[in-house]
Write a protein that binds this ligand. Structure first.
Ligand SMILES: *[C@@H]1O[C@H](CO)[C@@H](O)[C@H](O)[C@H]1NC(C)=O
Ligand SMILES: *[C@@H]1O[C@H](CO)[C@@H](O)[C@H](O)[C@H]1NC(C)=O
Ligand SMILES: *[C@@H]1O[C@H](CO)[C@@H](O)[C@H](O)[C@H]1NC(C)=O
Ligand SMILES: *[C@@H]1O[C@H](CO)[C@@H](O)[C@H](O)[C@H]1NC(C)=O
Length: 364
């Protein structure tokens, strides 16, 4: 009986060793409990929480900090085995007493690659707040705070900053952005945001610009003309009425997604858009365009010949103005229009009967 027990035990041990050996590579360890090495002791770090993942990354969450001193004490006084953190998060959506300021000493000696601060009452960011992270920071997301002020002039100090997101704050001025690394800039939802005509001229790496819902009434000519890498532009939910010549003219046709939805655009000048990629998605829903005149629009369709164009929710007349689309000999324009694009009458544009155009529109 005893022998049997020993043998059974050996079998179990060897089986579990084998399975351990074979599963080692895919096994996922749970995040390390927040009160042990490589983090500081949890009681020293309150109200912040430190965690590590299986790739040896360190994370800090200080969402529960209610005063700047509480935050600064925790991050300055705790004993840190390591100072290089992947991410800092402060999200105070469900916190009653929110932080209303942040100071340069708040983060102690820590550096971060990603910083997320949301739903606080912070209205201003000091010049040096993130200066220890000048060489490490890639992603800075300060959306949904009360910011009216940010040291935009320090952006060039960040060596590898890729994304700056300051949407849904209270900015009224966006100064000229200077950065050779910045790819994504989002300033959506800052009411009445003002900026200079050449705001992006010294940020040549920009790839995505999102400026929705900023009460934009007109777009400066040539604002994107230096951005050879610009792929995504979002200007939805603004107050644009007209698009002038050279509104979207970056070199090399890089624009893959151009969103102008939910403005009040009723007039687009020929050559407003010259930089669309052949695969561009052009979102123009919810505007006030009645006619898709050939003089203006053929070139847009020609640029986006492998893409799609959406005019949902425009009061389209669908008369002889679109004969050039309906009667093109190779029918190359009609299939680019989205299925949800209807005429003012409610008819789906792409399924209109071509014969009406043949019969009623002068041919050229
Ligand atoms: C914040 O405090 C609440 C309530 O004590 C707790 O449930 C939560 O885990 C804390 N979050 C962090 C990130 O410390
Ligand atoms: C942290 O250090 C500061 C001085 O640097 C001190 O005033 C404060 O009481 C300390 N906080 C804790 C929790 O030890
Ligand atoms: C443009 O911005 C609006 C508002 O922020 C958003 O809902 C929409 O998804 C964005 N469009 C694209 C194509 O990113
Ligand atoms: C649009 O640009 C093209 C090419 O630069 C030019 O030949 C044409 O005259 C322009 N059209 C208008 C209406 O400005």
């Amino acid at each position: 009986m005893a022998e049997l027990l020993v043998i059974t035990t050996l079998i179990i041990i060897s089986a579990s060793l084998t399975s351990c050996y074979f599963t080692e590579k895919v096994r996922v360890k749970p995040p390390i409990a927040p009160n042990e090495w490589p983090c500081p002791l949890a009681e020293e770090l309150t109200p912040c929480i430190c965690t590590a993942d299986q790739n040896y990354n360190l994370f800090m969450d200080c969402s529960n900090a209610t005063t700047i001193d509480e935050l600064a004490d925790a991050l300055n006084n705790a004993t840190f085995p390591f100072y290089i953190f992947l991410e800092m998060t402060i999200d105070q959506e469900n916190i009653a007493n929110k932080l209303n300021t942040i100071k340069h000493y708040a983060f102690g000696a820590l550096t971060f690659e990603r910083i997320n601060i949301h739903n606080t009452d912070i209205f201003s960011i000091d010049e040096n707040v993130f200066s220890l992270s000048y060489e490490t920071l890639k992603y800075l997301d300060l959306s949904k705070n009360a910011l009216a002020d940010f040291p935009f002039e320090t952006i060039s100090n960040y060596h590898i900053l890729d994304s700056l997101i300051v949407s849904d704050n209270k900015f009224v001025d966006l100064p000229q952005i200077t950065s050779s690394t910045l790819k994504t800039l989002k300033v959506d939802g800052n009411a009445n945001l003002r900026f200079q005509d050449f705001v992006f001229r010294d940020a040549p790496a920009l790839h995505t610009i999102s400026m929705s819902s900023i009460n934009l009434q007109s777009l400066p000519t040539d604002i994107f003309s230096t951005l050879a890498n610009i792929e995504v532009i979002n200007l939805s939910g603004n107050d644009l009425v007209e698009l002038e010549v050279d509104s979207f003219n970056p070199p090399g046709n890089p624009i893959l997604s151009l969103t102008l939805s939910n403005n009040m655009i009723n007039f687009v000048r020929p050559n407003a858009t010259n930089g669309l990629n052949s695969a561009c998605s052009f979102y123009f829903g919810g505007n006030d365009v009645i006619d898709l005149e050939q003089e203006t629009w053929q070139s847009v369709f020609d640029q986006a010949y492998e893409g799609s164009l959406d005019f949902t929710g425009n009061p389209l007349r669908c008369g002889c103005d679109i004969a050039w689309i309906m009667l093109d000999p190779t029918d190359k324009y009609r299939p680019l229009i989205t299925e949800t694009t209807n005429c003012q009458s409610g008819e789906q544009l792409i399924s209109l009967d071509k014969n009406f155009f043949t019969m009623h529109c002068p041919q050229n």
